[in-house]
Design a protein around this ligand. Structure first.
Ligand code: DOR
Ligand code: ZN
Length: 434
């Protein structure tokens, strides 16, 4: 077990919530921050040199698939949270599309118990909106909310009718701060489609779905949030139109938030010309104009958070022909470096805003009070220390049980050195401690 008394010395401390960005020392003991300042001596503390490194709140992923129970050949709560720690995360929210589906409090309890046994990240299970993700009968939202579940989603599927989503949003209002997180996809436009519909899909000979498959549902859901006053979160926004719809909904004062994935911030439909099944994702990679709108939306805060949609799949599934491979890419181990490489380095998004979108913003949506900062005396010590310059290439094997990364072969900039979970190192010197 790592030392519970740690002094991080001389790192650039970026605390998005407190607006701090300065070189400082941070002393952590017994799970909490006990001192922040310069020239701290820390007496008997273990010193972690931070010169040239960045210390910031541990990352928070509001959209992860850990696959347990039911798909342990792809990932388990243990392997998934190990990957999370390696990527600098201290909190993750696993989606409900497991087997059984997390649609009642018993599955939620099972996920939490496995997470506690692993002890590698705080896990906030997402509850299903509808029973069995079938889109018809509401899941045990009340029971799960009473058990502390904050976010509900049928992710992987869209809630098919406005009526059901209206009921969910109305019901959610009865509970403090419950969030309905929607995977926006009109299945009648997307079913059986392999990628974004456009010039690329025609030239690759793959069936395509238009951006309207997403936009139409984003529009529908925003109107239902307006009608009900319920809190709506839009998962993995992928189109320029959706960004604009969210922007307007926020301007109207609606209670709405949104996330974007690292892969949608980097790749476009043309990147599928090699038929790389690791870049087959849902929603699909869209056009350059869409990607640029996502970047702009993230920079200006229209899109609140970067969420990985870490979606592990087995090698043999992803080695199938393109139209038979399941959609999804893993992302926990690369998200920070991708944001640093593709957004911060080219000057598209500032470093503090990028870190806010990876930690404090998602922590707020998730209600993960111990995470996302501020880095202040008395606060739980959930932190990540990273080298913003170290270069490395994403390649298997990964810490995750799966290896379906869209980023394989990419040279990335920025690497995690230490991850601190409630005052203990889960990662030290870039390596797992347990
Ligand atoms: O690419 C995706 N993979 N998108 C989803 O919505 C679901 C996910 C999965 O569960 O594999
Ligand atoms: Zn989804």
């Amino acid at each position: 077990m790592a030392s519970p008394d740690l002094l991080f010395r001389g790192a650039r401390v970026i605390d998005p919530r407190a607006g701090r960005d300065e070189v400082a020392d941070v002393h952590v003991r017994d799970g909490i921050v006990v001192d922040v300042g310069s020239g701290l001596d820390g007496a008997s503390a273990e010193i972690v040199e931070g010169d040239g490194l960045v210390l910031t709140p541990g990352l928070v992923d509001i959209h992860t698939h850990l696959r347990e129970p039911g798909f342990e050949q792809k990932e388990t709560i243990e392997t998934g949270t190990r990957a999370a720690a390696a990527g600098g995360y201290t909190a993750v929210a696993p989606m409900a599309n497991t087997d059984p589906v997390a649609d009642d409090a018993s599955v939620i309890a099972e996920v939490r118990a496995a997470a506690a046994r692993a002890g590698l990240a705080d896990v906030f299970p997402v509850g299903a909106i509808t029973k069995g993700l079938e889109g018809e009968v509401l899941a045990e939202i009340g029971e799960m909310a009473a058990a502390g579940v904050r976010v509900f989603s049928d992710d992987g599927r869209c809630v098919p009718t406005a009526r059901t989503l209206r009921n969910a949003l109305t019901y959610a209002r009865a509970f403090d701060d419950v969030v309905i997180a929607e995977h926006c996809e009109d299945a009648s436009l997307s079913r059986g489609q392999q990628m974004h519909e456009g010039i690329s899909s025609s030239s690759l000979g793959l069936a395509g779905q238009p951006g309207a498959a997403e936009d139409a549902i984003v529009y529908r859901d925003i109107e239902l949030a307006r009608l009900t006053g319920g809190r709506l979160h839009i998962c993995h926004v992928s189109s320029a139109r959706s960004v604009e719809l969210v922007r307007r909904a926020k301007a109207d004062g609606l209670r709405i938030s949104a996330e974007v994935t690292p892969h949608h911030l980097v790749f476009i439909d043309e990147d599928l010309r090699t038929y790389d099944t690791n870049k087959k994702v849902n929603p699909p990679l869209r056009t350059e104009a869409d990607r640029d709108a996502l970047r702009e939306g993230l920079a200006d805060g229209t899109i609140d958070a970067i969420a990985t949609d870490h979606a592990p799949h087995a090698v043999e599934e992803k080695e199938a022909e393109f139209d038979r491979a399941p959609p999804g890419t893993i992302g926990l181990e690369t998200a920070l470096a991708v944001a640093l490489t593709d957004l911060v380095a080219p000057g598209l998004v500032s470093l503090p805003r990028a870190l806010e979108s990876l930690s404090s913003a998602p922590a707020l949506i998730l209600g993960a009070r111990d995470h996302g900062g501020p880095i202040e005396v008395g606060r739980p010590a959930n932190l990540v220390l990273f080298d913003p310059e170290e270069r490395w290439t994403a390649e298997p094997p990964f810490v995750s049980r799966s290896r379906n990364s869209a980023f394989i072969g990419r040279e990335l900039r920025g690497r995690v050195r230490s991850t601190v979970l409630h005052g203990e190192l889960t990662i030290a010197e870039g390596k797992a401690t347990r």
